[in-house]
Design a binder for this molecule. Structure first.
Ligand code: NAD
Length: 298
């Protein structure tokens, strides 16, 4: 499929990434988007998050009129009915939990319900695209597009090519990335964490280990990394912001299989935090609070 043939889009999962990707598709791409999740409450929260963000960042700052905002939000339709959501979609982006079994099940449903020539995209942070592709009868039309959080700000999209992904599908993913105002890098799907996360997670894991050893507080560790390496955010605050802790736990099995126990296992501190509800992510406490409220107390 060529970029010009994409008329309608769908996003599966209305969480942190799904809602931001739906906004991008409507706001920058100008596409009608149908967004779906397992509960109506999640769909409505996702759409509300988009409206609130557009109002705060654009309308209140005079960068967009209320009518323009209504048009952007009006292009986004929500439903809990996945078959309905994708039945007319040419380009579908999956952004559900980072768990291969959950994603494979979604890809099976997408394949059964989306038009035969529709391209199916995963926003996975590191799972294997081929595993999702072989759950469908169109592995040539399955590709990864790894957006970064916050989607409106971060320029990078990793376009992830499985051995079965066709050159035409890669070309479309690259063209779509550019149309959405982002910069693509293309990489193969056998690198767990692709390019950026594979290197970044090593640093994040060491930062977590330093908190665990009580070498310094999360603030101090982040400050050292920000000033020492000129990073805009420290890895610990980024983990709190993105919800990386919950994601690490939900993807443990897949990481263990791909990377072995030494690199794949969940750090005991992350496991402890997530069990106690300090998952990071939208409105949730993370490692900064866990350190203050629990770890630093003994
Ligand atoms: P999230 O938990 O905020 O959202 C996931 C959503 O998917 C939830 O609302 C959940 O109800 C929904 N869901 C689960 N199963 C579903 C199904 N079968 N059908 C429809 N919806 C379903 O997670 P997130 O942070 O948005 O991550 C989503 C994906 O994006 C993951 O693959 C993650 O690795 C990737 N990602 C996340 C980030 C980040 O910073 N959070 C960055 C890049 C990529």
């Amino acid at each position: 499929m060529k970029l010009e043939s994409v008329k309608r889009t769908a996003v599966i999962g209305a969480g942190a990434m799904g809602s931001q990707i739906a906004q991008l598709l409507s706001l920058v791409g100008g596409y009608p988007v149908t967004i779906t999740d397992v509960k109506d409450e999640f769909v409505q929260n996702g759409i509300q998050f988009i409206s609130d963000g557009l109002k705060r960042h654009f309308v209140d700052k005079g960068k967009m009129s209320q009518a323009q905002m209504d048009e952007v939000v009006g292009r986004i339709r929500g439903t809990t009915n996945l078959p309905q959501a994708v039945k007319d979609a040419d380009f579908v982006i999956e952004a559900v939990f980072e768990n291969l079994d959950v994603k494979k099940n979604v890809f099976r449903q997408l394949d059964e319900n989306a038009p035969p020539d529709a391209v199916l995209v995963s926003n996975t942070s590191g799972l294997n695209i081929t595993e999702m592709a072989i759950a469908t009868k169109r592995p040539d039309k399955v590709v990864g597009m790894h957006f970064f959080n916050p989607v409106a700000v971060m320029k990078l999209v990793e376009v992830v090519k499985g051995p079965l992904t066709s050159p035409e599908t890669i070309e479309l993913a690259v063209a779509m990335t550019k149309k959405l105002g982002k910069e693509p890098v293309v990489c193969k799907d056998f690198s767990y964490g692709f390019l950026a996360n594979r290197a970044y997670i090593a640093m994040m894991t060491e930062a977590v280990q330093m908190v665990w050893e009580r070498v310094a507080s999360p603030e101090e560790i982040d400050k050292a990394l920000k000033l020492g390496y000129n990073l805009p955010m420290g890895p610990l605050e980024l983990g709190d912001y993105t919800g990386a802790w919950a994601l690490t736990v939900s993807s443990e099995q897949d990481r263990m299989r791909e990377l072995g126990p030494e690199k794949g296992h969940v750090h005991p501190l992350i496991r402890m935090m997530v069990r106690a509800g300090y998952t990071g992510g939208r409105g949730k406490k993370g490692i900064y609070d866990f350190y203050k409220e629990v770890l630093s107390k003994g």
